[in-house]
Design a protein around this ligand. Structure first.
Ligand code: NG6
Ligand code: CA
Length: 508
């Protein structure tokens, strides 16, 4: 078996080299780089561990994601670095624990870039190895250095931290500016209708969600009552830029096309694509053809939609003959939330679906559902289908992908776990510090430890338990996945060991 597959690899590699030699006049570089696999991160926004069929969901259908999960390594202990978006994305790209960067918090649309342009990132590392690098989708890591002028090229941004190409939304779907930005320029901007953004104060005479409920097609529940775009009240105030405003219901198709076009354009060179979907984050705006598809209201419908675009994207890789030369990593930036600020029936129509898949908490939480997320690696013909319970984190992708492409780059917090990601080893990381809204907790072996925190036990607006408690919490996840039995008092030795290891990492 091994022999024939390596023979195949040699034949395949030499065939690839040969065909490229014919095509390209830059023989030298092409030969060196073209045997490198393409790398694609498909990253959803707020998708819970239990939101996909492969992780046990029965009430919602995600056949395309399930194909990846069942045809690759499906991780049962795969973690985002944080229970919210910005810090997780920061860690994904830089390999640095987000709690080491004070600015890695949920950012307004006007926040400056929080990745140092000198810092190592996944795309930077890959660029050094001859890859073309692109991002399509949600950014939410800040742009510019302070007062962004949206009517000029916005910089620094993704293009200054390693991406050759970027097609992004600045922050979130519920935050202004509600426009797409390509390589720093707002797409479709009419210079006679400049964009102004303010997160503190409205522009005179502009309607808001708060004052003009009659203009709304979606009602706000908490927050989300500033400027109105497409009948949806947002966070932050925006004036101008009418022609550039995105169409929410078309966003999924739009980003899909961006991702497909990127692949088609760069299929003849090794590429890295970070495809960051907006679903199922609020506001949930399924394209009309998906409305009603889940029976669960908009949250379910946009998950079906996300699954569909992922399927279409994979078809493109296949049609271009790239699937067997592409490592795909699928994951989510943080755990699930139902009501995240709009009335959209996510709670009312949930039925028997369990977005957290039996884990406690959700988005914003130090309990497991905050950070334990769908996590899959897929590489047709290269990764054997398996289920792995190794502890892995999105943090680890930088060093692991570096190893894959023969880069020397390693970042301390990012563990090199290439064999684990390729399904050849079950030896994941020993421990992990997880983060949720500026608090941290600790995972090691079968255990989870949450230090004492002041603050509400539950965020009542979103109806999620945050993990705060006046005492230490200690859970054995092997016997108590739902974190119901606090063993801190009955197992002081384990608690002491966990605290010691955790503090050693924090104090590093
Ligand atoms: C919160 C928003 C929430 C969501 C979140 C960011 C309010 C009341 N809530 O502040 O709706 O936008 O930020 O989500 O405004 S994340 O997935 O990008 O981290
Ligand atoms: Ca998110």
């Amino acid at each position: 078996k091994i022999k024939s597959s390596s023979l195949f690899a040699i034949l395949f590699a030499s065939a690839t080299l040969f065909s490229c030699q014919n095509k390209s006049d830059k023989k030298e570089t092409t030969q060196k780089t073209n045997n490198k696999p393409n790398i694609v991160f498909i990253y959803t926004d707020d998708l819970g561990y239990g939101d996909i069929g492969a992780n046990g969901a029965t009430e919602i259908k995600t056949p395309n994601i399930d194909d990846l999960a069942n045809g690759g390594v499906r991780f049962t202990n795969g973690y985002a670095s944080s229970a919210t978006c910005t810090p997780s994305r920061y860690a994904l790209l830089t390999g640095v624990y987000p709690w080491k960067n004070k600015r890695a918090k949920i950012l307004p649309g006007t926040a400056p870039l929080i990745i140092d342009t000198e810092q190592m990132t996944v795309p930077k590392m890959l660029k050094e190895k001859g890859y073309h690098t692109g991002i399509v989708g949600k950014w939410h890591l800040g742009l510019g250095t302070g007062n962004v002028n949206w009517n000029e090229t916005v910089t620094p941004g993704p293009n200054e931290v390693g991406f050759d190409y970027s097609y992004i939304m600045a922050a979130t779907q519920d935050r202004v500016p509600t426009v797409y930005i390509e390589d720093g320029d707002v797409v479709g901007l009419d210079p006679n209708d400049p964009i102004e953004i303010n997160y503190k104060k409205n522009f005179e005479g502009q309607p808001t969600g708060k004052k003009n409920p009659e203009l709304l097609s979606m009602k706000w529940h908490h927050g989300h009552n500033s400027s109105i775009v497409n009948g949806i009240p947002r966070i932050g105030y925006m004036k101008g830029g009418e022609a550039a405003k995105w169409s929410d219901v078309d966003m999924a198709d739009h980003f899909l096309k961006g991702a497909q076009d990127y692949v088609k354009k760069h299929k003849d060179e090794p590429f890295f694509l970070y495809y960051a979907l907006q679903q199922p984050h609020v506001p949930r705006t399924p394209h009309p053809r998906f409305v009603g598809s889940s029976g669960m209201g908009p949250r379910g419908d946009v998950i079906v939609e996300a699954d569909w675009v992922i399927g279409e994207f994979i078809k493109t890789l296949e049609a271009e003959g790239l699937l067997e030369n592409t490592l795909i990593v699928f994951s989510s930036d943080n755990g699930p939330v139902l009501n995240d600020g709009y009335y959209d029936n996510a709670v009312e129509k949930l039925g028997d679906h369990t977005p957290a898949g039996g884990l406690r908490g959700g988005k914003y939480s130090l309990f497991e559902a905050g950070t334990r997320v769908p996590f899959v690696t897929y590489w047709k013909g290269k990764i054997q289908p398996t289920v792995s319970d190794a502890l892995v984190c999105q943090l680890d992708l930088l060093s692991s992908v570096a190893k894959l492409v023969d880069s020397e780059t390693r970042v301390d917090d990012s563990k090199e776990l290439l064999d684990v990601f390729l399904g050849k080893s079950n030896e994941g990381r020993e421990s992990l510090v997880i983060e949720a809204t500026s608090r941290t907790a600790f995972r090691k072996g079968d255990w989870a430890m949450i230090p004492p925190y002041d603050g509400a036990a539950k965020n009542k607006l979103v109806n999620i338990e945050l993990g705060n408690h006046k005492n230490y919490q200690l859970y054995n996840l092997k016997t108590d996945l739902g974190q119901e039995k606090n063993l801190a008092k009955s197992n002081p030795e384990k608690l002491a060991e966990m605290i010691k290891d955790y503090e050693a990492i924090l104090g590093d």
